[in-house]
Design a protein around this ligand. Structure first.
Ligand SMILES: *[C@@H]1O[C@H](CO)[C@@H](O)[C@H](O)[C@H]1NC(C)=O
Length: 310
């Protein structure tokens, strides 16, 4: 019985420590341009150690939050901050702070939003929202949690498919119908302020068909809210840059990996790992190399032995 005690103690303490350390967010920029993430904690949530920073292409950064934190992340694009005064602004997702840090400012629409309500030993809720429009593709990927924990996001470049009447910032963003037309039926306000009266519009349906897992209008909860318990989260800007590149350069042959990102369904792509094939063939060829080597070695030894004893 005695030797079991440390195991029991470990089993009891591990979940408590996990709950106490909160949640780690990893932000990754896979865009071929710089992104300045912005972070806004909801009222009542203690802030993070950063409310905005610069993320070069290929860069990543970790952020910790306490249990019970809620707030949102987005990507600012086309920012220009003066190297001397640190003052500046961004083409999309600007938070009005005139600085790299957003300091409590939210994203100016249109902007794709990754929204989180972190639990405390209970479920987290998360979604990617196009309710305030779209500026760049974002994917949210939970790791190490329990429960449904599905990845979500809007992976396609909606700027390429944005209807003329919703276009913003010279194709760098796409407005929501609510922002473009300010009508209550698009904004789910006034007489339309309930799930029963506010229905999808042709515009929200266009967003939804491109990005089926994202919020396309205010009452789109059923297919757009995800849950997970005890996870960390990776937030990736431009999870598949291949689709943007191929959209720009249609003469380019289709890339060998990332199949699914070109289909434009907005589904999380099932990455067919071409490195697996490479490894397979490499492994095969190195094996046959060593086979032929040992074959020659054996043959040499047999010849040597037969010469010795003849
Ligand atoms: C989180 O919120 C719940 C409900 O308000 C509260 O009971 C709990 O103590 C909070 N946890 C932490 C770590 O702040």
């Amino acid at each position: 019985m005695d030797f079991m005690a440390p195991i029991h103690i470990a089993l009891i303490w591990v979940p408590i420590f996990q709950g106490a350390t909160g949640v780690t967010f990893t932000l990754i920029n896979k865009c071929d341009y710089t992104v300045w993430p912005g972070i806004l904690a909801n009222a009542g949530s203690s802030g993070l150690d950063s409310t905005g920073f610069e993320l070069q292409p290929g860069g990543s950064r970790n952020l910790q939050v306490e249990p019970n934190w809620s707030g949102r992340f987005w990507g600012r694009t086309g920012c220009n901050f003066d190297p001397n005064t640190q003052q500046g602004s961004c083409t999309t997702g600007d938070c009005g702070s005139s600085q790299v840090q957003c300091n409590g400012g939210g994203a100016s629409p249109p902007a794709t939003l990754a929204e989180f309500t972190i639990g405390s030993g209970t479920q987290d809720f998360y979604d990617v929202s196009l309710v305030d429009g779209y500026n760049l593709p974002i994917m949210v990927d939970p790791t190490g949690g329990s429960g449904t924990c599905g990845p979500t996001g809007c992976l396609v470049d909606l700027n390429q498919r944005c209807p003329d009447e919703l276009r913003a910032e010279e194709r760098a963003a796409c407005k929501s119908a609510c922002e473009a037309f300010e009508r209550p039926e698009y904004c789910c306000s006034g007489a339309y302020a309930s799930p029963a009266t506010c229905k999808p519009s042709v515009y929200s349906q266009m967003f939804k068909s491109a990005c089926p897992k994202s919020y396309s209008y205010a009452y789109d909860d059923a297919t757009s809210t995800f849950t997970c318990t005890g996870a960390d989260y990776t937030i990736t800007f431009c999870p598949s840059t291949t689709s943007q590149k191929s959209a720009r350069d249609s003469a380019a042959p289709p890339p060998p990996s990332g199949i699914g990102s070109e289909t434009g369904t907005g589904e999380i792509p099932l990455i067919v790992n071409s490195p697996w094939f490479t490894n397979f063939f490499n492994g095969h060829s190195s094996k046959s190399h060593s086979c032929s080597f040992s074959f020659i070695a054996t043959l040499t030894m047999l010849i040597f032995l037969s010469l010795q004893y003849s």
